[in-house]
Design a protein around this ligand. Structure first.
Ligand SMILES: C[S@@+](CC[C@H](N)C(=O)[O-])C[C@H]1O[C@@H](n2cnc3c(N)ncnc32)[C@H](O)[C@@H]1O
Length: 430
C-alpha cells in the first residue's frame, strides 16, 4: 500500500506517521507513506497556494493549480497502481471501519488531499477527486489530522503491519459490535480483580464470555449499533436472550389479560411512558421526547373508552390506545397506499414497562390489540411509527403488519413528523 498525503505541513504529518507500528511497517517496506508539499508545485514566484474567494467572504481558498500539479506528479510516480484520490472534507461521507476495509481491499495507492484555510477551489474537487471523506460532523482547521487517521487505520489492515490478522478481527466495529473488555497484570489492582473466567485457561468458556461481553457493552454503550446488529448464529441469539434476562427482567405470566383503563391507572401509565421515552431517546428517536403524551391526553383516552391496561399475574406491564375514530393524518399517505377503503381502528399510544422488555410483552400487547379490534367488530388495524423506531417496525413486521407508505403526524409540534404507516388485516377465526 502506497499513501501520498498532499499537505502544506508534510513534516508534521510525516513525524506522526513514521512513529510506532506504522513507522516500523514503513521501514520494512510493507507500506510506503509520502508526505508531499503542495507549495512546491505553485507557478508563482511567491509560492502562494491560496487566494481570496470570488464573491467575497471570509478567509482564503486553496488554488486548483498547485493541487493539480502536485497530484499529477504523485500519480506519475505511482505508476500502474489501483489509485484512489480522496479529499478530506467536513462535507464528505463519515469515515468508518468499513470504509477503511474497502480502501485497503480495493486499492494499493491512496492520495489523501488535505485542504486548509476555507477549503479548496471546487473545480479541483470536481475534476480530480474520486471521493470525499469526513472525520465527523465538526470542522478542523486542516485535513492533516483526518488524513493521518485514514492512513493509520488503512495501514494497520495491510497484511504484515500487525503481528497477526487476529489483532484486528474482532476489534470494535469489525462486525458491528464493540470489543470485549481487556485486562492485563496485575491480577488484583486497587481492590479490583480480573474476571475469574479469564484466569482458568478454559478457552471455550473465555470465548463465550467475551462474545457476551461484546453484545452487552454494545447494547449499553451504543444502542444504535446494537439495534442494527443481526445475530451471526444461534449462539449469538441465545446470548442476546440471556442478556435481556440478566437485566432483572420480569417474566410474563400467561394468561395475559387486558381491561379498560381507569383514572387511577394514569400514574402507572405515565411511568411506562417514561420508560419508553428513555428507550426512544437512546435510539435517537425524537418521539415522546417532550411532555407529550401527558396525563391530560390519557384522561381523554379514558373518557373515550379507548385506553386499555395490560396485566400479567396481577401486575400492570403495559397499555395501549386503540381508537375507532378515523385518523385524518392517514388520508394523505405517500409512497404507497392503504389496502382499501375499509373500516379500521388505529393503534395510537402504546408501550410496555422496561422490566418486561424481551419477555414477549410487546408481542402480547399486539395480541390484545387484535382481540380488542375484533371486539369493536373491525378487521383492519392501522398504526404509524417514527421512521427511526426500528424496534417498533420490527415488532409490527414480525406480528404480520404490512408497511403501506409514509404519512405526516403533527401530534408533537417541533418534532420529526415523518412516520411509517403499517396495516394488518385480521383473518376470520376458524
Ligand atoms: C476550515 S476547513 C474548511 C471548511 C469549509 N469551509 C466548509 O465549511 O466545508 C479546512 C480544511 O480542513 C479539512 N477538514 C475540516 N474538517 C474536516 C473534517 N470533519 N473531516 C475531514 N477534513 C476536514 C478539510 O480538508 C478542509 O478543506
Amino acid at each position: 500500500m502506497r499513501i501520498d498525503i498532499l499537505t502544506l505541513f508534510p513534516d508534521t504529518v510525516s513525524a506522526v506517521l513514521h512513529e510506532s507500528i506504522i513507522g516500523r511497517a514503513a521501514k520494512k517496506g510493507i507500506v510506503e507513506i509520502n508526505c508531499v508539499q503542495i507549495r512546491d508545485f505553485t507557478e508563482n514566484r511567491q509560492k502562494q497556494v491560496d487566494d481570496y474567494p470570488y464573491g467575497g467572504g471570509f478567509g482564503c481558498v486553496m488554488m486548483a493549480q498547485p493541487l493539480k500539479s502536485c497530484l499529477e506528479q504523485v500519480m506519475a510516480d505511482a505508476g500502474e497502481r489501483r489509485s484512489r484520490v480522496i479529499y478530506l472534507s467536513p462535507q464528505g461521507q463519515p469515515y468508518t471501519q468499513e470504509t477503511a476495509r474497502r480502501l485497503q481491499r480495493g486499492y494499493d495507492h491512496l492520495v489523501l488531499v488535505c485542504g486548509h484555510y476555507e477549503g479548496v477551489d471546487e473545480r479541483f474537487i470536481e475534476t480530480c477527486v474520486d471521493e470525499e471523506i469526513s472525520l465527523g460532523d465538526f470542522v478542523l482547521t486542516g485535513g492533516e489530522i483526518a488524513a493521518m487517521a485514514v492512513a493509520d487505520s488503512v495501514c494497520r489492515l495491510v497484511p504484515g503491519v500487525l503481528a497477526d490478522e487476529q489483532c484486528y478481527i474482532g476489534e470494535s466495529h469489525w462486525d458491528g459490535l464493540l470489543e470485549y473488555p481487556q485486562y492485563t497484570r496485575p491480577e488484583l489492582w486497587e481492590g479490583r480483580a480480573v474476571p475469574e473466567v479469564l484466569l482458568n485457561g478454559d478457552h471455550a468458556r473465555i470465548e463465550k464470555w467475551r462474545r457476551k461481553q461484546q453484545l452487552r457493552r454494545t447494547r449499553d454503550k451504543r444502542p444504535d449499533l446494537y439495534a442494527a446488529f443481526e445475530a451471526r448464529n444461534g449462539e449469538d441469539e441465545k446470548l442476546m436472550r440471556e442478556i435481556e434476562r440478566d437485566e432483572g427482567r420480569k417474566k410474563l405470566c400467561e394468561p395475559v389479560t387486558y381491561r379498560p383503563a381507569e383514572a387511577e391507572d394514569i400514574p402507572r401509565i405515565l411511568e411506562i411512558v417514561q420508560d419508553a421515552r428513555e428507550s426512544l431517546g437512546r435510539f435517537h428517536v425524537d418521539q415522546w421526547q417532550g411532555p407529550y403524551p401527558g396525563a391530560e391526553r390519557f384522561q381523554e383516552d379514558i373518557r373515550l373508552k379507548q385506553c386499555f391496561i395490560l396485566e400479567s399475574a396481577g401486575e400492570v406491564f403495559g397499555f395501549f390506545v386503540l381508537s375507532t375514530l378515523p385518523e385524518p393524518d392517514y388520508d394523505a399517505i405517500t409512497d404507497g397506499k392503504w389496502s382499501g377503503d375499509v373500516p379500521y381502528c388505529v393503534l395510537h399510544r402504546c408501550a410496555v414497562a422496561k422490566e418486561y422488555r424481551g419477555s414477549g410483552a410487546a408481542q402480547a400487547l399486539i395480541r390484545c390489540v387484535e382481540a380488542q379490534a375484533r371486539v369493536y367488530g373491525l378487521k383492519c388495524i392501522r398504526v404509524d411509527t417514527h421512521r427511526k423506531n426500528k424496534p417498533m417496525q420490527n415488532l409490527l413486521r414480525e406480528s404480520g403488519f404490512r408497511y403501506r407508505g409514509n404519512i405526516h403526524v403533527d401530534a408533537e409540534p417541533g418534532h420529526d413528523p415523518h412516520r411509517q404507516a403499517f396495516e394488518k388485516l385480521l383473518k376470520d377465526k376458524k
